[in-house]
Ligand binder design. Sequence first.
Ligand SMILES: *[C@@H]1O[C@H](CO)[C@@H](O)[C@H](O)[C@H]1NC(C)=O
Length: 340
Amino acid sequence: MLRVSMVLLKRQLILWVWVSSALVVYSLPWRVSCPTGCVCQMKPWFSPQSVSCEASTVDCNNLFLTQLPSPLPPDTHTLRLQSNLLSALEIPLLHTLPNLTELDLSQNRFSCVRTLTLTQPQAASLPSLLSLHLEENQLWFLPPASFSSLPALQELFLSHNRLFYLAPGAFSGLGLLLLEVLPDRGFQDLGSLHSLVLGGMGLKGLTERALEGLDSLESLSFYDNLLTTVPTQALRRIPGLKFLDLNKNPLSVLGLNNMEELVAIERAAMENLPELTKLEITNNPRLSYIHPQAFLRLGRLESLMLNSNALSALHQHTVLSLPSLRETASMIRSTHTNKA
Ligand SMILES: *[C@@H]1O[C@H](CO)[C@@H](O)[C@H](O)[C@H]1NC(C)=O
């Protein structure tokens, strides 16, 4: 069976990644021919790692632009196009800026990410771009490898769009993106979100506060990620969680990483989730150990799926500790099973 390779979020997803702030305190003249209406200056710039430098900056904010201004100085480092009317970019023009490092397209009219990044297949269009601002546009869908033509990208700002589809692998190709761990409270404005799928995002962990604010969340699914442990601390912040799915997707059309790093479920990995009724932990090729007291105070858990892991034994206490359990499935590889 081909697993549905889409991510559906019932409400708007607001995803922001690593907010950095740059306080502009002074600027120096930069003698170039500057596009009409724009201001070209040398300005302090802070890298995603907060290292500052003098950056050649073209500031074209608030100009009602519907297309890129020109001529853009070839050694532009920072290009600010905030609050314009852009819905597409002339990619060849951007190609004339090999050192473009930060591009601010926030508060424009982009509805499709391909109009930003489409280029020759496999060609890196903006090899130096570290920081891309797309806040407050009308993006609703991120297809697979949305940003793969931006191989150096480290910061991606997507808040206040209309995203409700994130394809698995939407961020693939962004080896350097600081998305390995979701930011704290990245979903804080989504108090009415019922269902969240974080699939194929290359996540290596969740911070304790990553899921904070998801007060209505009933269904949470991870698959094709690189989590090494159950994100216990993060889960404690979701009291209403009913369905937790830590699956990998063995038939992923994208062939992404499939929770291959999940090795063990430790004691109290899932504790005090009083609404949880269904728990699936399947198809994790290295998952070989579940602590007898891994699941504590899951009073309503009815269904426990543990198929296709590398488990060779399951302690009977693991299931006996679940008073409401009605359905369980597990395939234990070894003959020495100890399963209730
Ligand atoms: C880009 O930066 C490099 C290294 O600083 C510099 O040698 C080159 O001239 C710059 N390119 C342009 C088009 O300014």
